[in-house]
Design a protein around this ligand. Structure first.
Ligand SMILES: Nc1nc2c(ncn2[C@@H]2O[C@H](COP(=O)(O)OP(=O)(O)O)[C@@H](O)[C@H]2O)c(=O)[nH]1
Ligand SMILES: [Mg+2]
Length: 201
């Protein structure tokens, strides 16, 4: 799969606001600042289609993007990418946490075109119960997922694989479902795109 072009479609909060696009959809979810917007930009070869923020906890909307790609036979195909609002920012109130959870669960349960979710975790951090709660939501709703262990450029290359495996064990997921990635060095980013391609092609 080769990305040809991508464009922002719209932001939404509730299912009524989701775009009525029929394309297979992939969503990116993870804690604020984990690197969701950066990974989307890197996969799409764009500098800032998804807004990268220095201030965590800023994106409170579900952002939809439309992607045109070429498959291996050079035929056109379309996908949607979704940048979901981040979680786990220490300063948010209980009410905000609850509304985040409702927004995400509504999305997981109501978005019929949703094919798979990329869950991002920082490769330097221990398994976080908040990430595990998201993985549980996905498993309970039979949604396919893969975990991108982000910012792999921040740890020595020699430790990347072992760290990712350990993280998979802590998260209680199959070790095949975790990929170390870096939006800075672009390491591993192709693996995420290949996983996406594998779900639709
Ligand atoms: N070193 C490094 N920094 C990253 C990487 N990805 C994102 N960042 C930085 O982490 C911060 C948050 O990134 P962002 O994509 O906005 O995270 P989001 O809140 O999950 O969307 C920004 O300062 C990025 O420059 C990465 O792969 N390596
Ligand atoms: Mg973001």
């Amino acid at each position: 799969m080769r990305i040809v072009e991508s464009k922002f479609i719209k932001s939404a909060v509730k299912p009524a606001g989701y775009p009525s696009s029929p394309y297979a959809e992939f969503a990116f979810v993870g804690k604020s600042n984990v690197g969701k917007s950066s990974l989307i930009n890197t996969i799409l070869n764009r500098k800032a289609i998804a807004k990268v923020s220095g201030t965590p906890g800023k994106t409170k909307l579900i952002n939809f993007f439309e992607i045109r790609f070429k498959n291996d036979n050079d035929e056109d195909g379309f996908l949607n990418f979704v940048d979901l609002p981040g979680y786990g920012y220490a300063k948010v109130s209980k009410t905000e946490r609850e509304s985040w959870k409702k927004m995400i669960l509504d999305y997981f349960r109501n978005r019929l075109s949703l094919i798979g979710v990329i869950v991002l975790v920082d490769i330097r951090h221990k398994a976080d119960p908040k990430d595990m709660a998201v993985l549980k939501m996905l498993q309970e709703n039979n949604i396919k997922f893969v975990v991108a262990a982000t910012k792999s450029d921040k740890i020595p290359k020699s430790k990347t694989l072992a760290t990712a495996k350990k993280l998979a064990d802590e998260l209680q997921i199959n070790r095949d479902l975790i990929f170390p990635v870096s939006s800075l060095s672009k390491a591993g980013v192709e693996k995420i795109l290949n996983w996406i391609a594998g779900q639709v092609l």
